[in-house]
Design a protein around this ligand. Structure first.
Ligand SMILES: NC(=O)c1ccc[n+]([C@@H]2O[C@H](COP(=O)([O-])OP(=O)(O)OC[C@H]3O[C@@H](n4cnc5c(N)ncnc54)[C@H](O)[C@@H]3O)[C@@H](O)[C@H]2O)c1
Length: 349
């Protein structure tokens, strides 16, 4: 059995630096190569890290000494690189969102399934200690029946941020605006807590940025299959930007997260362990991207790459099942469809 996992990064832009840092800090993981269609960018990234560099995906997949790839290209190109990587027998870690439509996301899931490689979708916020505690409390039945799950993401992105890449704010490559790119982390956590959605209805608007095809503000209401209902308030216009808040309420308790910190933990019946959680209210382990995408910190990616490395080396399962990553994409696209039709979007499965 191989004792280490050799990683290659595809797409050497903003988030790739976080991938490289994270891989460096994970035991039994090693960064060996990078591929970027912009050859100069790939060369600069490789030189700084003493790794192999490629500008051609087919060469990279055929020749680079890699067991797994991490995908950090613009979102609308994820399927275009993930599917050949899976067919070449490489395990795939793919940045959020999985792609820009549920159909493209499903194509990645199917290709990885057919090739027998792991698909690990990046949703690093699931690894935050607050999210882990809320999920455990839900599974232990502490909330009773879930009633409401709300997500409020009043973030800020500057005009310079949208101007920094031709793909940002486009339907084809970003797949949407504040909902698809930024709020997808919170949408994923809401689904992680509430389970499968049944219907969603929403409004979107573009209010403070110029040159965007997509929205910078959105509000939606949704219903989960288990009967819980919820709201999503999403923005990249709300200066200076505030930590995303998720509030989960059941018939026997309410808990809330701001960023990854628990800020409310109230149950009708107390349990051992509650005091420690209450004493740690407001404590955070992951950085927040509320105002600046580069301020997220590397810890979330480190935990996720450590989990993937363990799964590859032991033949076990990663914490996040790749197939789950289609659902937040379908939900966000459902809000866009609802805005067009004026009707709720009803999930097919
Ligand atoms: N998990 C997070 O918190 C987080 C944060 C930021 C970005 N992201 C995600 O990471 C992805 C990349 O975002 P970014 O901000 O780093 O983008 P970026 O524009 O900074 O970098 C993208 C890189 O991909 C390269 N590229 C484009 N097409 C390519 C291709 N066909 N093959 C190889 N390389 C190609 C570009 O040359 C560029 O270097 C997006 O899906 C985004 O949603 C996730």
């Amino acid at each position: 059995m191989t004792r280490e996992v050799r990683y290659g990064i595809i797409g050497a832009g903003t988030i790739a630096g976080f991938h490289a840092e994270a891989i460096k800090s994970v035991e039994n993981a090693r960064l060996t190569a990078v591929c970027d269609s912009d050859g100069e960018r790939a060369a600069e990234f490789a030189r700084a890290r003493g790794i192999e560099c490629h500008a051609n995906l087919a060469d990279f997949l055929a020749r680079a000494p890699i067991d797994a790839v991490t995908i950090a290209t613009p979102t609308g190109l994820h399927a275009e690189v993930a599917i050949p990587a899976a067919r070449a027998g490489k395990h795939v870690l793919c940045e959020k969102p999985l792609d820009v439509t549920a159909e493209k996301a499903q194509a990645i899931i199917d290709a990885c399934g057919k090739a027998g490689v792991l698909l690990v979708p990046v949703f690093q916020n699931r690894f935050g200690h607050g999210a882990v505690r809320i999920k455990r409390a839900i599974e232990a039945g502490r909330f009773g029946r879930l009633l409401q799950i709300g997500g409020r993401i009043k973030w800020y992105r500057s005009q310079e941020y949208y101007d920094s890449g031709a793909w940002r704010g486009t339907w084809a490559l970003d797949g949407g605006g504040c909902l698809m790119n930024q709020s997808i982390h919170t949408v994923d956590l809401m689904l992680h807590f509430g389970g499968r959605p049944e219907q969603v209805f929403g409004y979107t608007a573009t209010r403070t940025h110029t040159g965007l095809e997509v929205e910078d503000n959105a509000c939606a209401v949704l219903r989960f299959r288990n009967g819980a209902i919820g709201v999503i308030e999403s923005s990249t216009s709300c200066a200076p930007g505030f930590p995303a808040r998720i509030e989960v309420s059941g018939e026997r308790g309410t808990a809330a997260l701001e960023g990854d910190a628990i800020v409310q933990w109230s149950f009708t019946d107390s349990e051992a362990g509650d005091e420690a959680i209450l004493a740690g209210i407001g404590q955070t382990t992951l950085g927040s991207g509320a105002s600046d995408p580069k301020a997220i910190g590397v810890e979330g990616h480190r935990l996720q790459i450590a989990d993937m490395t363990r799964a590859i080396l032991t033949g076990g399962k990663p914490a996040i099942d790749g197939a789950e990553a289609r659902i937040p994409v379908e939900l966000v696209c459902g809000i866009y469809e609802s805005m067009k039709t004026g009707k709720p979007y009803v999930f097919k499965e």
